[in-house]
Every structure is written in C-alpha cells, then in structure tokens.
Design a protein around this ligand. Structure first.
Ligand SMILES: NC(=O)c1ccc[n+]([C@@H]2O[C@H](COP(=O)([O-])OP(=O)(O)OC[C@H]3O[C@@H](n4cnc5c(N)ncnc54)[C@H](O)[C@@H]3O)[C@@H](O)[C@H]2O)c1
Ligand SMILES: O=P(O)(O)OC[C@@H](O)[C@@H](O)[C@H](O)[C@H](O)CO
Length: 378
C-alpha cells in the first residue's frame, strides 16, 4: 500500500508520515522544499523523537520523496496511490489541487480504484475545501466521474510539533500525545481503516472541540506570551497571568462546547487540564511566533477565536478572555510573519476597528468588536 503525503514538514514527518508508516504504508512525500526532498531521497528514512522523559527515537524507514513542483510526477503518484493525505497549511491547498486533479484524471482513464484524499490541517472542513479546489479544475463530466473514484473525508489532527532546530534536517521531535479523527460518513463504504485513527460519523463536535480548546488555548498563550516578551509557550505557561488568560478563554469555549454538543462537563474539564499540561511539556521548546503565526487566518470568521466567541455570545455566555486574546492578536507585530505584517499595515492604514472588522467578518459596531476594541485600547 502506498500513501502519498503532501508536505514533508513538521506534522507531515512527525505525525502523519510516522503513523502511516507504522500502519504498513510505503510513504511518499511531495514537497516543494528542494533540500528537504533531496535529503529524503538520499536517505529514505528519518527519525522521530518523542518529547518525554524516555526520549524514544523511532526510525521511519522506506520513505520516498518527490518534487511537488513536477506536476506530471505528482499526478502519476496520485494515480497509483492507495491513500492521499496533506499537511501543507490551509492557504496552500489550492496550490496542490492541480496535481491532485491531474492524478484523478489519470486514475479515471486507467480505471483505478476509489481513493481517499484527507487534508490534515487545522481548519473545519479542510478536505472539503481541497475537494472544491480540485473539482473546480475538472469538467462537468469529469466531476461526475470523479465523485465515484475520489472521496475527501474531513479530519481533525492533534499533535504538537514545534519548529525543529537539529543538525539533522530530517529529525523531528514531537509530543507523546496524538489524535487523528476521520469522518467515516464521507468515506467509500467498506474502505480499509488506518491503524491508530479514530473514525466517527459526525466530525463537527470533534474538530470544534480540538480547534476551540487546543488551538484557542495555544494561541492565547502565544499572543499573551509574545506581548510579555517570552520566546516559548513553555516560558509563557510559567506566568500566572498568561495561564489565567488561557484558562479563562478555555472556560469560555468549554461552556459553549458543553452547551452545543452535550459533552460531559467534568470530562471536558479534564480535557482542558490535559491540554494545559501538554502546553507545559518541559521536553518541548515551542516558539510563540510559530503558535501565533498567521494572525489573519486565526482571526478569520471560522477559526479558533471568532467562531467560538460569537457562538458563546449568541448563547449568552462569557467572552471577556476571548476578546482580550483577539486584542492581543491585533498586537502580534512579529515582522517576519507575512500575515502579522499585513495586519499591522491594515491597522496603520484603516485603524484597528476597521482592520478587525474586515478580518473577523464581524461588523465594525458588533458588540464583540466593541469589546475587542476596548481591550485593544487598554
Ligand atoms: N505543527 C503542529 O503542531 C501541527 C499540528 C496539527 C496540525 N498542524 C497543521 O498541519 C499543517 C502543516 O503544519 P506544519 O507545522 O507541519 O508546517 P510546516 O511548515 O512544518 O510544513 C508544511 C510543509 O508543506 C510544504 N509545502 C508548501 N507548499 C507545498 C506544496 N505546494 N506542495 C507540497 N508541499 C508544500 C512546506 O515546504 C513544508 O515542508 C498546517 O495546516 C498546520 O495547521 C500542525
Ligand atoms: O498550525 P496553526 O498555525 O493552525 O496553529 C499553531 C498551533 O496551535 C498548532 O500547530 C498546534 O501545535 C497543533 O494544532 C496541535 O495539534
């Protein structure tokens, strides 16, 4: 069995590639980073280290890599794969769509077997977004035929993999915890399941619980930590003021999630506590600028801040910590992050209120915008 995985970066090598290899797949990475592709081609293996007291090294053997810019090569791999996965970042999905569309066409010409294409990105409905990009490149007839040969089940992935700073460019250190949940109801019936993956019939509660707890909490620590001059999440989580903000934001999203999905309140509390401990993992060094990266995406309507805050507000719940985090996101002026730079230019040009209204999709005079602006001024 062969899995083609787009994105040989941190989560690609440290989570998806590792798990697929352990499940018996030959893993082929497609990436546009030339030196990364060359190293993988030369070595055909890499090592994942688990960030805990044992520091286990897990070798991943028998991997291949291809240049993601070579459309014909990508299409050939898609046409002959048993599974396609991605971890490239949501904005990149449209750029990998042409190779996938060309591969599906080849597969249809050759009468190939049905294929699952799974985006492992931090977003609600990422595979569905990828499907729209891919289908947009096919003719109406091809689209109809493609529906019976390619399915795009949505998924939720959870494993903290920081930026890597090793001498070995392929080495990757990951936290021990991992969770990969896939929406079975979007799969072809009777399809083979991947070992170590949790399959569910309704993904929405899982992806929202993950995104609005792990990622809301994570970016709260990042934006507060950045403001206070900390380099890492681990340093920020030693500051009681930061922890108070993170925990407060997670109480707000937690009440909203328990109310919306009927999660057991005590179990959700335990889930939050475990996540706070994961952020504190002393064997990891996770930079605040990675976790806070792309603040425009993180402040967008369906992402980890605006969506849970709006839903909590609609339910009559508290949002005071979430609005503070959004104000801190507006203050994330890390010049090397292109979205942070763009957001700061928007703020300089139009003012913070208008910039926030545009990126969040909330009106300039929405009550939540008022609260964010109040926190921003403070
Ligand atoms: N790192 C984490 O802790 C983590 C955890 C869960 C989910 N995610 C999600 O996984 C995705 C990737 O995150 P990451 O931290 O691994 O980032 P990363 O930057 O380490 O990896 C992304 C990889 O995609 C490659 N890429 C870019 N354009 C490409 C293209 N056109 N074709 C093929 N490859 C291309 C890059 O060269 C890079 O190697 C993001 O959506 C992120 O939100 C990350
Ligand atoms: O990848 P992003 O930019 O959406 O979010 C940054 C981190 O919060 C994220 O990568 C987490 O480490 C990951 O989602 C944990 O599962």
């Amino acid at each position: 069995m062969k899995a083609l995985h787009f994105g040989a970066g941190n989560i690609g090598r440290g989570f998806i590639g590792l798990l697929l290899s352990q499940s018996g797949y030959e893993v082929v990475f497609s990436d546009v980073n030339e030196s990364l592709v060359r190293s993988l081609q030369e070595r055909g293996s890499y090592t994942v280290t688990i960030a805990d007291e044992n520091g286990e090294h897990i070798p991943v053997h028998g991997v291949r890599a291809i240049d993601g810019r070579d459309l014909a090569l990508v299409a050939e791999e898609v046409a002959t794969a048993d599974l396609v996965t991605t971890a490239v970042g949501v904005p990149i999905l449209k750029h990998i769509a042409p190779g996938i569309a060309a591969g599906i066409k080849l597969r249809m010409e050759r009468g190939g077997a049905p294929l699952h294409i799974i985006a492992c990105e931090n977003a609600i409905g990422a595979s569905t977004q990828l499907k729209e990009h891919v289908m947009g490149l096919l003719s109406p007839e091809e689209k109809q035929q493609a529906a019976s040969i390619a399915a795009f089940p949505d998924s939720a992935v959870d494993r903290i993999v920081p930026l890597q700073h090793h001498e070995d460019p392929l080495a990757v250190t990951v936290e021990p915890f991992y969770e990969w949940v896939i929406n079975r109801s979007q799969m072809f019936p009777g399809a083979m399941e991947i070992g170590g993956v949790h399959y569910v019939d309704d993904l929405i509660p899982y992806i929202e619980r993950k995104l609005f707890t792990v990622n809301t909490g994570h970016c709260s620590a990042a934006y507060a930590g950045y403001r206070k001059g900390y380099d890492t999440i681990q340093e920020a989580m030693k500051d009681e003021e930061v922890v108070g903000l993170v925990a407060g934001a997670l109480q707000e999203t937690g009440s909203m999630l328990v109310h919306a999905y009927g999660f057991d309140a005590a179990e959700h509390e335990a889930y939050i506590r475990k996540i706070l401990d994961r952020f504190r993992n002393p064997y990891l060094r996770d930079e605040v600028v990675r976790v806070g990266r792309s603040p425009i995406r993180k402040l967008s309507p369906d992402d980890r801040l605006v969506r849970p805050a709006l839903r909590a507000w609609e339910q009559g719940g508290s949002t005071g910590h979430l609005t503070k985090v959004m104000a801190l996101a507006l203050k994330f002026d890390y010049a090397e992050d292109p979205e942070a730079a763009q957001l700061q230019s928007m703020i300089a040009e139009k003012g913070a209120r208008q910039a926030f209204a545009e990126v969040s999709g909330l009106g300039a005079d929405h009550e939540l915008t008022e609260r964010v602006m109040h926190d921003y001024e403070q």
